[in-house]
Design a protein around this ligand. Sequence first.
Ligand code: SF4
Length: 257
Amino acid sequence: MQNARKAATVRHDEAAALARDLATIPLDDRLRRAAELGHAVFTTSLGLEDQVLTAAIARSGAAIAVKTLETGRLFRETVELIGVTRSRYGIELEEVHPAKADVDAFVGAYGLNGFYESVEARHACCDARKMKPLARALDGADVWITGIRRGQSQNRSHTPLAEYDPVRDLIKINPLADYDLETLKDLVEAEDIPVNPLHSRGFPSIGCEPCTRAIKQGEPERAGRWWWENDDKRECGLHVPSAASPITSEAGKAHTA
Ligand code: SF4
């Protein structure tokens, strides 16, 4: 137990040193550096940040697998963007689907849209449609790349450029953590990066269709996600610090070192 704790401390220290290095280099070099650390997987939600990252991965030539969690409840616009992105960048963008048995079990217990009824039911749906597929998407990965930014919500305001995920035992790299939304919009325009048309209809953050609404002027970027819940720290569990995740999928636990 003591050895495991020591090893985790070493990996936390390595990640902190990596975060300091990444802060001094441009985006494409951050991605190349990530790929040098081992098998790197980028999970994209096809949101604006993630489209900027996909464009940068294609441009940089970094050996990074690009995957998306196709929950089966995505907006039509998001599903269409998967195909558009593949053709635009000539990349393999792998769709990871939930297991039918897991979805059936959720629907049997709570109903198709039972996630509106309680936080527990919502976590159960995210577990079946997102967390378990995420565990499969990251199976064998040494590095997990995400598009999360500090400016997206209070909950994400301390996101580091790199961190050690002790539950999944991998290095999580957030290469856009220190970017602001305006800079990313400028990049999208300058490089003509394809983005989800829903962004211009009031959806800065886009998840599953039944769980995402447009936001009003002045609301935080992620206010439209699970809007019926009161907890201002609401997340689906994907980016909650692993040890503190409210979701306890067996698949997620399978990555516990
Ligand atoms: S975001 Fe909504 S529909 Fe999507 S997995 Fe979570 S609860 Fe289910």
